[in-house]
Structures are given as structure tokens and as C-alpha cells.
Unconditional design. Structure first.
Length: 317
């Protein structure tokens, strides 16, 4: 059974009736229910398609945060061979909110920077819900330094509500660590590609997403602040998060029009959580195409194109 979002209630009701009919048929209390089950399944599929064809920005936010949505570790398992994680920032600690290391993507060596939220209570606590601390961003810089030294492309998988805002993180230089990671990503002489697989929250995301190519899943979001945070600041009322989400242009479709991102990876009907293998395969194809577009470019040209890409965002607004 799926975990249904609030706006998916019509689908949940129909699929609930299907389960009831199947239970009755299995118990022998009903006969000839196959036609009715088939009709209801068709209706459920059509209702789901209709709902997802016109999602509001707030509904996309809920989909991007869905607990069953595939996380970075699953993309790594599905796309990267011989992945070797590297731990620690060589200064303070290892931050497991960012998984980092090297592996092979479709025959090509790549460095991986991935924000992992965790999939159950234990892993969410271990990965701090994907909210990195300064040591996480310093680990990212260390991996990017290695990638540049050995001329290996960098792949970032972005999924965070934002950098960790706790006192300890601030004491250890959170803003400085984010700035240095962003600066390193912007200045790399090797290709780097980012894919926003869920939430791309604020500086916590852009620290590893300031890349040559930025891609987003169809129902992912990418924003300077969460809708709840924006509503609290603008109206002193976090309950107006839906209104903020609509005004902020946080969806992949809006950001593609604005030139903030370079491409959208289509999700299966009903979101990535309904067909994980399919969306991971599609993500792999999009990443492969993005990397292929950068093959053969020298370090100077890679930096020039990346610089022009980000400068053009401001010019187009």
C-alpha cells in the first residue's frame, strides 16, 4: 500500500474499494468481481493522472517531501558501480548528511556528492535528515579537490530542506563552509552536474549544486527558503505556506523558464515513489546526456560556460 498525500484522497478511496473487493473474492463471499476491480483500477489510474497533471506548487512540495520518494542512497545503488565512500573533512568529523566518494557511472569514473535524508527513524537521525553541518560541506570541498586533481567529473544529488541551523554548526562556521563549497563548485575545472531529486533548500543545496548543468526531477522543488520559512518572514504566519509556495517559483517548470535549471527529468505518473526503478533509470539517462555535452571541454572553457550560466540568471530576471 502507498502512503497517500492529502490531495490523493480520491485515489485512496478508489484503491481502498479495490482492496475490499479482492478481500471479499479471496474469502469466497463475492463472485464475478473481476470486471468491477478492472473498472475501478482504470478509474484510479485516470484519477491519479488527472491529479498529477495539474499539481499546484504546494502539492509539488508535498510530493518532493514524500517519505517513500527514492533517496540519494538508492540512486547511488542504481546508477553507480564500485562506489567507494570517503569519510571526514580532515578537520573535525564525518557528516553523514552528505554521502561522498568515487565510483563508475556507465563506465566513466565520477565523484559523488549526495545529500541523504534517510528512510527510517534510525537512518534519518544518522543522516540528520539530510541537513549538513560545516564538516559536511568541508568534506564536499575535499572530494571536489580530489576530483579536480585527477580530472574526474562531479555528480551531485541534491535533497535537503537546508543546511543544519543548530548552534554548534554556527559556532563551527556554517556560513563560511557553505560559501567555500559553493565557490569550489563554481570554480572547478572539471564538469559537474547536479540533480535535484527532492528538496533543494537554500544555500544548503546550492553549496553542491553550483554546477555546469543543473537538472531537476519533475516534482522536485528548488528554493532560497522553504515555503513555511518564507511565510513566517513575510506574513508572520507559517500557515500561509501554500501561498508562499505559489509566489516563490520553486517548481522545476518555473525554474526552467527562468533559466535557473537546464533540464527536467520526467517522473512516472503519481510521482517517483510509485516507480523507483523507472525514475532512477530516467535520471541516469539525463545525467549521461548532461555529462556528454561537456566532454572535450578544457578547464578554462568549463569555467567560462559555468560562469556565464549563472550570470545569465540575473540578466534574465
Amino acid at each position: 500500500m502507498h502512503s497517500y498525500l492529502e490531495f490523493e484522497k480520491p485515489v485512496a478511496d478508489i484503491e481502498g474499494k479495490v482492496q475490499e473487493l479482492r478481500a471479499l473474492a479471496a474469502s469466497g463471499e463475492a463472485v464475478d468481481v473481476d470486471d468491477e476491480i478492472a473498472r475501478l483500477e482504470t478509474k484510479a489510474s485516470q484519477t491519479l493522472a488527472d491529479l498529477y497533471s495539474k499539481l499546484t506548487p504546494w502539492q509539488k512540495t508535498l510530493v518532493a517531501r514524500h517519505p517513500d520518494r527514492p533517496h540519494a542512497a538508492q540512486y547511488i545503488a542504481g546508477l553507480i558501480e564500485d562506489f567507494t565512500p570517503l569519510a571526514g573533512d580532515r578537520a573535525y568529523a564525518d557528516d553523514q548528511a552528505i554521502i561522498a566518494g568515487f565510483g563508475r557511472f556507465r563506465g566513466q569514473s565520477v565523484a559523488i556528492l549526495a545529500q541523504e535524508k534517510g528512510s527510517d527513524t534510525e537512518s534519518r537521525l544518522r543522516h540528520n535528515f539530510g541537513m549538513a553541518k560545516p564538516e559536511g560541506y568541508r568534506k564536499a570541498v575535499r572530494i571536489m579537490d580530489l576530483a579536480e586533481r585527477f580530472e574526474i567529473p562531479v555528480l551531485s544529488l541534491v535533497d535537503t530542506a537546508g543546511a543544519y541551523p543548530g548552534l554548534g554548526a554556527e559556532e563551527r562556521g556554517q556560513a563560511e563552509a557553505i560559501a567555500r563549497s559553493t565557490d569550489k563548485a563554481l570554480g572547478l575545472g572539471v564538469p559537474n552536474v547536479a540533480l535535484v531529486i527532492g528538496e533543494g533548500g537554500s544555500g544548503g543545496a546550492i553549496a553542491i549544486a553550483a554546477t555546469s548543468k543543473v537538472l531537476m526531477l519533475e516534482h522536485a522543488i528548488y528554493s532560497v527558503i522553504s515555503p513555511e520559512g518564507a511565510a513566517s518572514i513575510l506574513w508572520r504566519d507559517s500557515a500561509r505556506a501554500q501561498e508562499a509556495a505559489t509566489s516563490m517559483k520553486i517548481t522545476a517548470q518555473d525554474l526552467l523558464k527562468l533559466g535557473v535549471i537546464d533540464g527536467i527529468v520526467e517522473e512516472p505518473v503519481g510521482g517517483a515513489h510509485r516507480a523507483r526503478e523507472t525514475v532512477i533509470d530516467r535520471a541516469g539517462a539525463a545525467i549521461e546526456a548532461a555529462l556528454a555535452s561537456l566532454v572535450g571541454l578544457g578547464a578554462g572553457e568549463i569555467r567560462r560556460q559555468r560562469r556565464e550560466k549563472f550570470l545569465a540568471i540575473g540578466r534574465s530576471l
